[in-house]
Write a protein that binds this ligand. Structure first.
Ligand code: ACO
Length: 428
């Protein structure tokens, strides 16, 4: 706690509020007693200045473009780590030694199968259902299968539920894809890596052996690392809010998936690639830039802008480089990458985007890579959800273990009618 206090003056009355220090980053004014002291609430729609919790998992400095997981810079993790290691780090706080990592990977690998009856769920969906709709439904349904890991007050059950969610998400996601293309589901294989297993379950067929391409496996793993967690974003806050009522972890993650689906959040990767395809050739970029700047047009440059990053998104930097490398290595010449690069340059030099500090975000380049790997655009947000599950469960566990956590219950500035008397319909 800082020595200085924040003093609030309302009329003649003043009241001091504690200022709390984090390990890095902005201090926060502790306003928990504000209503009791003054009868007033703070007003902050969209939480632009509100810290909703204390957390020691992920740190973002939006002005400097810094993203740290448990203190480690995202660039180092993306280049040197693996998704399994980052998952362990996010959940447990420190990097594992070799033996611990092997044990963790073994545990996750042994939870990848889903209950056989769960596969019958898929048949209830239309073949053309969006895979995010399927993911939402099926993950929510997990709570009806795994009753032995829904007691949120038991740390062991919480850990088992977390492992199950991380492990089963690739299986569920791949099954959603297989269902949409009318191919048989493939069971997981324990000799493959987390990411290699997912690629095989998605793109393999029973008729022939699927060989995991190490270039694709590495690119996919990097994308998973870059999406693993991102502090108190909309879907993570949704998971925390759902969890704050004591809801079971499977239901909470389903809530997070629903929130992630929106185009202002995780749905932006699908929207960004669709936009780049719609633009088609660099000569049409000015038309779309003009639309993005037009206040009367709801169109926005998808994959641009971020609530927190105001100089650059460090994840986008890593992915911009990776996009060229992956396409080169795979020998793919996709004009969409040229359009993306040109659009980025034009937007970065345009006064509108400069003034509003709008830069490419993680979703701008991820779609180019995912498309080169062979994923249809509808799967992009599913892949985001798969990776973010790690962050969601880490944040959910942290919240449940925090004695200061109460049920999340915001208040409001009420602007509706004051109390009035009911008038029977015949007299209105
Ligand atoms: N294209 C054009 N103008 C934009 C864009 C954009 N992509 N993003 C923001 N602006 C403009 C807004 O019109 C607004 O202008 P104004 O001040 O004249 O009204 C200003 O920039 C600020 O925008 P807000 O919507 O107030 O910023 P906010 O922080 O609430 O929104 C968001 C951030 C949702 C990411 C927004 O930039 C956006 O919609 N981007 C496109 C969708 C996208 O890429 N989302 C992915 C986010 S990253 C992630 O979830 C992984």
């Amino acid at each position: 706690m800082a020595d200085t206090k924040a003093t609030l003056t309302i009329g003649d009355a003043t009241k001091d509020y504690d200022i709390l220090d984090g390990s890095v980053g902005p201090q926060v004014i502790d306003v928990r007693k504000l209503y009791a002291n003054t009868g007033m609430f703070t007003y902050d729609p969209g939480f632009t200045s509100t810290a909703s919790c204390e957390s020691n998992i992920t740190y973002i400095d939006g002005d400097e473009g810094i993203l740290l997981h448990r203190g480690y810079p995202i660039e180092q993790l993306a280049e040197q780590s693996s998704f399994m290691e980052v998952a362990y780090l996010l959940m447990n706080g420190d990097l594992p030694d070799k033996e611990t990592l092997d044990k963790f990977t073994y545990t996750i690998t042994r939870h990848t199968m889903v209950h056989e009856q769960l596969s019958t769920f898929y048949r209830g969906f239309r073949r053309d259902a969006h895979p995010m709709a399927i993911l939402c439904g099926v993950v929510g349904a997990l709570s009806s299968f795994y009753h032995d890991s829904t007691d949120i007050n038991d740390p062991l059950q919480r850990t088992i539920a977390s492992h199950r969610l991380i492990a089963k998400m690739p299986t569920i996601a791949a099954m959603a894809y297989k269902y949409s293309v009318g191919q048989p589901f493939l069971y997981p294989r324990n000799d493959l890596s987390y990411t290699g297993n997912f690629l095989r379950m998605t793109f393999g067929v029973p008729a022939e052996e699927y060989v995991v391409d190490p270039v694709v496996e590495a690119a996919m793993d990097k994308i998973f690392i870059l999406h693993a967690d991102h502090e108190q974003n909309a879907s993570t806050s949704t998971v925390r809010l759902a969890g704050s009522s004591g809801a079971n972890p499977f239901a909470c993650i389903a809530a997070g998936i629903a929130c992630l689906w929106g185009p202002a959040h995780g749905g932006a990767n699908e929207a960004a690639l669709n936009m780049l395809r719609e633009i088609g050739t660099p000569d049409r970029i000015p038309e779309y830039i003009a639309r993005a700047k037009n206040k009367d047009d709801p169109f926005r440059l998808m994959g641009f802008g971020h609530r927190v990053y105001k100089n650059f998104d460090p994840r986008a930097k890593v992915l911009s480089k990776a996009a060229s490398e992956v396409l080169d290595k795979l020998g793919i010449n996709d004009p969409v990458l040229d359009t993306a690069r040109e659009l980025e340059q034009i937007a970065l030099n345009d006064p509108y985007f400069i003034e509003k500090k709008l830069y490419p975000n993680v979703d701008f380049y991820s779609g180019v890579i995912l498309s080169a790997i062979g994923f249809p655009t509808e799967m992009f947000t599913v892949l985001f959800a798969l990776a973010r599950t790690v962050g969601w469960v880490a944040q959910w566990n942290e919240m449940i273990s925090d004695p200061a956590q109460k049920i999340g219950r915001p208040r409001q500035l009420y602007t509706g009618p004051a109390q009035r008397d009911y008038v029977p319909v015949a007299q209105r």
